[in-house]
Design a protein around this ligand. Structure first.
Ligand code: PMP
Length: 390
């Protein structure tokens, strides 16, 4: 019988993370360090702004590219916070989460057979989105030795004549790794030398703990070859609102807008009104969340190292990515046994691609009480494993 299915869709593997979430949901009393979302709820002033928009009857489609008022706020925010200038009229598109922004940017730039470098371990959606857009994902492996920062030689080696773009994500999901200005300059040199594009996923830009965030678009010669992906999910604790945005030179953004017009029309209007309030008045709240995440990061990294799991201090996001090699277990075995024996859910590093095996991802976007108890349980688990294997 002939296949009725798209070969691109068929190439996509089922999500490895899903199996663990389903398993964790079936166990009672679990402390989950699995999910990648803030434990904070959206600040009430943002919710109120949205409710008021509904009371005013603002329930229609907005401009395709998003409310002009919101695009102006995004332009102001990007300029004042990260020193990158984009024109609200033609270079900013409001999207359904950073997820749609990623999809649009890949679909706008890829032709069949174009290769896209992905720094791994990486966010799970990158490779499937490249495949769905007709491209070929090419992993660039990073390891704990370099604190999961990509090495220039490895990037150089992965570049071929078909290489079109590289996806960067700093601060990173799943490793928390952060690239500072000097590191981005080094990568930029390679990108310019090989005439590549960059899709920079800046969804965690507000969540850096030791150094301030630098956008690769602010580096000389990079703006014209950079597409910025960002959104409200992480910084403003708005995951369920499904709101993100793209900042990119007109030549790219106008192509993306055509795809957006046909696939989405516009992002949800009610969320856009909330986002205006978030950008105008939400910075104190972001600061408070950032400080709270920093404390939790410090606690979790210290605890993991003390129990013998080698863990670097990640510069941002809300993940740690400790090595579990000392236990002699694979990351899947570790995650599964920890869940069943001690009821703590973490994600096996193997699901995040090359360089992920030998590690697990723990999200510290949980209350301090939950984190303390999770660390106590993990320590007990690790001690038992080491006793059994010695
Ligand atoms: N990029 C990264 C690195 C992420 O971790 C996530 C969410 N987990 C996204 C993009 C997508 O975020 P959203 O669609 O909620 O904006």
């Amino acid at each position: 019988m002939k296949s009725y299915l798209s070969s691109r869709a068929e190439q996509i593997k089922p999500s490895g993370i899903r199996r663990f979430f389903d398993m964790a949901n079936s166990v009672e009393g679990v402390i989950s360090l699995g999910v990648g979302e803030p434990d904070f709820i959206t600040h009430w002033s943002i919710c109120e702004a949205s409710i008021k928009s509904l009371e005013r009857g603002n329930t229609s489609y907005t401009d395709d590219a998003g409310l002009m008022e919101l695009r102006r706020e995004i332009a102001f925010y990007m300029q004042s916070r990260f020193q990158v200038a984009y024109t609200p009229e033609s270079e900013i598109i409001v999207t359904v989460g950073g997820s749609q922004a990623l999809d649009l940017s890949l679909r706008a730039i890829l032709n069949p057979g174009d290769e896209v470098l992905i720094i791994e371990p990486s966010y799970l959606a990158y490779a499937p989105l490249v495949t769905l857009a007709g491209g070929i994902p090419v992993p660039v492996k990073t390891t704990l030795d370099s604190k999961f920062k990509p090495m220039s030689e490895q990037i150089q080696q992965a570049i071929h004549s078909n290489t079109k773009a590289i996806i960067l994500c700093s601060p990173n999901n799943p490793t928390g790794s952060f690239l500072n200005k000097e590191e981005l300059e080094e990568i930029s040199e390679i990108i310019i030398e090989h005439d590549l594009l960059v899709i920079t996923d800046e969804i965690y830009a507000e969540l850096t703990y030791d150094e301030s965030f630098c956008s690769i678009a602010s580096i000389a010669g990079m703006r014209e070859r950079t597409i910025i992906i960002s959104g409200f999910s992480k910084a403003f604790a708005m995951t369920g609102w499904r709101l993100g945005y793209i900042c990119a030179p007109e030549g790219f953004s106008q192509q993306m807008l055509k795809i957006h017009q046909n696939t989405m029309l516009c992002a949800p209007s009610v969320a856009q009104y909330g986002a205006i309030e978030a950008l105008r008045n939400g910075h104190q709240q972001v600061e408070e969340m950032r400080n709270s995440y920093r404390n939790r990061r410090n606690f979790v990294v210290k605890s993991l190292n003390e129990m013998g799991l080698d863990c670097h201090l990640p510069g941002g996001a809300f993940y740690v990515f400790p090595s579990i090699r000392s236990t002699g277990l694979t990351s899947e075995q570790f995650a599964e046994s920890l869940l069943l024996q001690e009821k703590v859910a973490v994600v096996p590093g193997s699901v995040f691609g090359e360089g992920g095996e030998g590690h697990v991802r723990c999200s510290y976007a949980s209350s301090m009480d939950a984190l303390r108890e999770a660390m106590r349980r993990m320590e007990k688990f690790v001690k038992n494993v080491q006793l059994v294997s010695s």
